[in-house]
Design a protein around this ligand. Structure first.
Ligand code: F6P
Length: 191
C-alpha cells in the first residue's frame, strides 16, 4: 500500500487579485495555511516523509515550515501561459478574446501563445509521475493545473475532464493506492 499526499500552495497574492501564472508570494491567508499544513503533517508522524514542490516561491513558502527533506522540481511548476502570464482573466478577455474562446472550446489541447497546454503539462510530468508511482509518504505541493493532471493520472479521469477537476485551495488530498485500487480523502484546513 502506498500513500501520497497533495496540496496546492497556500493562497498567493495573485490568487487574491485573480492573475494567472507569475511567481507571486503567499498572501497573509496563504501564510496561515503554511502554518496549519505544517502542524497537520507533523502530527501525522509519517515515516520517511518527503516534500516535493515546484520551483516557484509560493509552493516553497507553503512547505517551508515542514520538517522533512524537500525537493523543488521544475516539472511541478504551474502551466506556463506564455504571452498571457501575469494577466487577470478580465485582461485576457480584453486583450486575447479569441484565445480565451479557443481555450473554452478545447481546454485540454489549447496551448497558450508561447506557452503550454494541459497536454504539454501531462508530458513534462511523466518522469515525476513514474517516480511517484514507486514512492510512499510524499507530499507534493504544486499548482491548480499541474495537480489536475497528477490527480487525473492516478484517478484515471477521462482526459477531457482533467482541466476541470476541482482542486480547492487549503485542502490536503490523500491518495491511497493498493494494486489497481485507489482511495481518495480530502481534509479542508480551516484558515
Ligand atoms: O489561477 C491560479 C492558476 O494556478 C493559474 O496560475 C493558472 O493559469 C490557472 O490556475 C490554471 O487553471 P485554469 O486552467 O482553469 O485557468
Amino acid at each position: 500500500q502506498q500513500t501520497l499526499y497533495f496540496s496546492r500552495h497556500g493562497e498567493s497574492e495573485f490568487n487574491v487579485i485573480g492573475r494567472i501564472g507569475g511567481d507571486a508570494p503567499l498572501s497573509p491567508r496563504g501564510r496561515m495555511y503554511s502554518k496549519s499544513l505544517a502542524r497537520h503533517v507533523q502530527d501525522l508522524k509519517l515515516p520517511s516523509l518527503q516534500i516535493w514542490t515546484s520551483t516557484l516561491q509560493r509552493t516553497k513558502a507553503t512547505s517551508a515550515l515542514i520538517n522533512a527533506p524537500q525537493q523543488h522540481l521544475p516539472e511541478l511548476d504551474e502551466i506556463w501561459s506564455g504571452d498571457c502570464e501575469n494577466l487577470s482573466y478580465e485582461e485576457l478577455q480584453d486583450r486575447f478574446p479569441r484565445e480565451l474562446a479557443l481555450r473554452d472550446r478545447e481546454k485540454l489541447k489549447y496551448r497558450y501563445p508561447q506557452g503550454e497546454s494541459y497536454i504539454d503539462v501531462m508530458q513534462r510530468l511523466v518522469p515525476v509521475l513514474t517516480q511517484l508511482e514507486c514512492e510512499t509518504n510524499v507530499l507534493t505541493i504544486s499548482h491548480q493545473a499541474v495537480l489536475r493532471c497528477v490527480l487525473g493520472y492516478f484517478l484515471e479521469t477521462d482526459p477531457e475532464e482533467i482541466p476541470y477537476i476541482h482542486v480547492p485551495l487549503h485542502t490536503i488530498i490523500k491518495i491511497t493506492l493498493q494494486g489497481y485500487n485507489y482511495n481518495m480523502e480530502t481534509v479542508k484546513m480551516p484558515v
